[in-house]
Design a protein around this ligand. Structure first.
Ligand SMILES: Cc1cc2nc3c(=O)[nH]c(=O)nc-3n(C[C@H](O)[C@H](O)[C@H](O)COP(=O)(O)O)c2cc1C
Length: 426
C-alpha cells in the first residue's frame, strides 16, 4: 500500500495546499487494484430503481451528476439479491442477467469521470418495513427491537435457504462485475442480514449457523468465499462492517475485531468501518450510545479503526461517518490510522464537495445535524432529508440543502406513494 505523506502543518493550523495533497494520493490495494485518490462516496441507497427493480434513467442521472464529483471510488447504494426481500422502495435487485444492459449503462455512467465504481450487495433480513414486505426472513424469528411495529416479525431461515442466499450474493457479484463495475462491497453492517447472523441478540440458532461466535461468523465468511470463487483475486471484494451494533448484549467491538481477523485471513481487499442498526442509528451520529469522546471526534468510529490498524496494519481501511472538514480528513489519513475517507451525506447536498476539497476551494461541508431529541423521529428525518436530495438529482435537479427537513419528510412520503403508481419501465 502507498502511505500518505506525514503532516506538514502544525497542529491547530488550517489545512494548507501541501498537506491537502494527502487526499489526492492514489491507494494501491494488495491485489494491485489502484484507487486514484483517498476520497470515497460511501453507499447511499438511491431509492431510484424501477418498479421491476432494474436501474434506469433516474439512477443514471444521479451518477452522471456525481461522475466528476472528485472521489477515487464510488460505492453504489445497496443492491439486493432477492426481489421478494427488498429493504426500501426503489431498491435495485440483481438476481441474474436480465438487466445486464441497464447495469452496463449504470457502470459506464458511474466510471465516466475516472473514478472506480463498486456495487454494494445486501440482503435486508428482518429489516423490511411493513410497507415494503410482510414476509421477512432472518437467522431467528425475532422481531426488530424498537421498530415501533413498523417491521413484521421474521421467519427463521432453513439451512438450505441460507446456502441459497450465499449463492445469491455470489451471483450478484459475478453479474455486476461482468457489467463493468470494478468491484463489490458486501454490506455486513447496519443491522441487515449479515449483521443479524453476527449478533447474539438476533441469531439464536443452535445449528451450524449459530450458538457460538464461530458459527455466527460462518455466514459472512461463506459469502466472502463464494464471491471470491466467482470473481477471482483481481476483482476487489470489500466489506462494510459494524464496529459494534450499540445494543446491550449485541455485537461488541471485541467480537467485531475477531471477525475482522477472520476476514483478513480470507483475503478481503478493503474493510469499511461503520456502526449501528436501523433503530440505533450510530452510523448517522444520531445515537446517544456513542460515547461523548467519540462524538467530539469528527469521525464517529475512529477509536475502533485505530484498534483494527494496530492489530492488522496491512489491511486497507476506510472509515465512514462524520467526516466534514478537510482538516479532519487530512489528519485521519496522516495519522496512519486509515487509508480512505468515506463520505455519505455531504455527497447528497454538495455533489462537488470532494473535487472542491482536492482543488482547495472548500474546507468544510455544510452538513449539520437535524435533531429534535426523539431518536426514531430523528433517524427518519435524517434519512428522508438526504434521500430527497438524491431523488432531486435523479430528476435532473440540484440538491436543496436549505429546505426544512419537515418539508422533505412530506416529500418522501409523497414520492413513495407515487412510486407505487409509477409504470414499470419509466
Ligand atoms: C440517504 C442515505 C442512504 C444510505 N444508504 C446506505 C446504503 O445503502 N448502504 C450503506 O452501507 N450505508 C448507507 N447509508 C449510510 C452511509 O453510507 C454512511 O455510512 C453514513 O451516512 C455516515 O456517513 P456520513 O456522516 O458521511 O453521512 C446511507 C445514509 C444515508 C443518509
Amino acid at each position: 500500500m502507498t502511505s500518505v505523506p506525514a503532516a506538514t502543518a502544525a497542529s491547530g493550523e488550517s489545512t494548507n495546499a501541501a498537506n491537502r495533497s494527502a487526499l489526492a494520493q492514489p491507494l494501491e490495494l494488495p491485489n494491485g487494484f489502484v484507487i486514484p485518490n483517498r476520497l470515497v462516496k460511501a453507499a447511499l441507497s438511491e431509492g431510484l430503481g424501477r418498479k421491476d427493480f432494474s436501474p434506469g434513467t433516474r439512477i443514471r442521472n444521479l451518477y452522471s451528476r456525481w461522475a466528476h464529483c472528485g472521489v477515487g471510488l464510488s460505492i453504489t447504494g445497496n443492491v439486493m439479491v432477492d426481489r421478494t426481500q427488498t429493504g426500501e422502495p426503489g431498491n435495485v435487485v440483481v438476481e441474474d442477467h436480465r438487466d445486464l444492459d441497464d447495469l452496463v449503462a449504470w457502470a459506464e455512467t458511474a466510471r465516466a469521470g475516472g473514478s472506480k465504481a463498486w456495487v454494494q450487495i445486501n440482503h435486508p433480513g428482518r429489516q423490511i418495513p411493513r410497507t415494503v414486505g410482510m414476509h421477512p426472513v432472518a437467522p431467528s424469528a425475532i422481531a426488530l427491537p424498537g421498530g415501533a411495529k413498523l417491521f413484521a416479525k421474521p421467519r427463521e431461515l432453513t439451512a438450505a435457504e441460507i446456502q441459497e442466499i450465499i449463492g445469491r450474493f455470489a451471483t450478484a457479484a459475478a453479474v455486476v462485475t461482468e457489467a463493468g463495475f470494478d468491484g463489490v462491497q458486501i454490506h455486513g453492517a447496519h443491522g441487515y442480514l449479515i449483521s443479524q447472523f453476527l449478533s447474539p441478540l438476533s441469531n439464536q440458532r443452535t445449528d451450524d449457523w449459530g450458538g457460538t461466535p464461530e458459527k455466527r461468523h460462518r455466514f459472512v465468511l461463506e459469502i466472502v468465499r463464494a464471491i471470491r470463487a466467482e470473481v477471482g483475486v483481481d476483482v476487489p471484494v470489500g466489506i462494510k462492517l459494524n464496529s459494534a451494533d450499540f445494543q446491550k448484549g449485541g455485537f461488541s467491538e471485541d467480537e467485531s475485531l475477531e471477525v475482522v481477523h477472520k476476514l483478513a485471513e480470507e483475503g478481503i481487499d478493503l474493510l469499511e468501518v461503520s456502526g449501528g442498526t436501523y433503530t440505533t442509528s450510530a452510523m448517522l451520529g444520531v445515537d446517544d450510545s456513542l460515547k461523548e469522546s467519540t462524538r467530539k471526534r469528527e469521525a464517529y468510529f475512529m477509536a475502533y479503526a485505530e484498534r483494527v490498524r494496530a492489530d492488522l496494519p496491512d489491511l486497507p481501511l476506510m472509515l465512514t461517518g462524520g467526516f466534514r472538514t478537510a482538516d479532519g480528513m487530512v489528519e485521519a489519513l496522516q495519522s496512519g490510522a486509515i487509508d480512505l475517507v468515506g463520505l455519505g451525506r455531504p455527497l447528497c447536498v454538495q455533489p462537488d464537495f470532494p473535487a472542491e476539497l482536492l482543488a482547495g476551494t472548500a474546507d468544510d461541508s455544510v452538513v449539520v445535524p437535524h435533531r429534535t431529541g426523539i431518536r426514531l423521529l430523528d433517524n427518519i428525518t435524517e434519512i428522508t432529508h438526504y434521500s430527497v436530495q438524491l431523488w432531486r438529482m435523479g430528476n435532473g435537479k440540484e440538491p436543496a440543502p436549505d429546505r426544512h427537513p419537515a418539508f422533505n419528510v412530506s416529500q418522501y412520503l409523497l414520492h413513495n406513494g407515487l412510486e407505487s403508481l409509477r409504470p414499470q419501465r419509466a
